[in-house]
Design a protein. Structure first.
Length: 193
């Protein structure tokens, strides 16, 4: 009985140790995702979508759009690829919602390309790559700060070099988003998507 109890304690301690290490490592990966910061070198930027509510972009998408708008205004030569499909509970595609916001805020239609079929970060980047000229192999990724490490990892697996623009994460979803992203990041490191 004592041997069995000790084994249970050892297994529990090992599990806790692995969980703590995993939490620390994924936190390190997420923190490193905000580099290298974009400086306008790349001619194309991919803006990753997020939920669209019935009457407006979600707060997460709004923060991404604010970052994209500021970057587009600072770099008028950059073409933005707006990437995101339409979920069953969304009134329009994420790409269309982004187009509406950006054009209403002064960005010319001619600077916007829409990718409205994707349903995941992997598809965002894969389908957006199809809109790039064949000779382009470097892009800027615009998304939430917690999401950048995974987006860059996926871009790399698609032979795209990337720099980034980090949009802040709304406080109301920060804990949930970071927890989910850690799990998704481990999956991406294992399977590449």
């Amino acid at each position: 009985m004592k041997v069995r109890s000790r084994m249970v304690v050892v297994v529990c301690m090992a599990f806790i140790g692995v969980a703590i290490f995993g939490w620390w490592q994924t936190g390190k990966w997420i923190a490193s995702g905000v580099r290298p910061a974009a400086d306008g070198t790349n001619d194309y930027a991919i803006v990753l979508g997020a939920k669209v509510k019935k009457d407006s972009p979600s707060l997460t998408l709004r923060y991404r759009l604010d970052a994209a708008l500021a970057y587009a205004n600072e770099n008028p030569h950059v073409t933005l690829i707006l990437s995101g499909g339409q979920g069953p509970d969304e009134p329009m595609s994420e790409a269309e919602a982004m187009r509406q916001f950006l054009t209403e805020n002064g960005i010319e239609e001619g600077r916007l390309l829409l990718e409205s079929a994707s349903t995941s970060t992997y598809e965002n980047l894969l389908f957006s790559k199809e809109l790039l000229p064949p000779d382009v192999d470097a892009i800027t990724i615009i998304t939430s700060d917690f999401h950048l490490a995974r987006a860059q990892k996926i871009a790399g697996s698609l032979d795209l070099k990337s720099d980034v623009v980090a949009a802040k994460t709304p406080k109301v979803v920060e804990a949930k988003s970071n927890f989910r992203e850690r799990i998704a990041l481990v999956k991406t490191y294992i399977v590449g998507r």
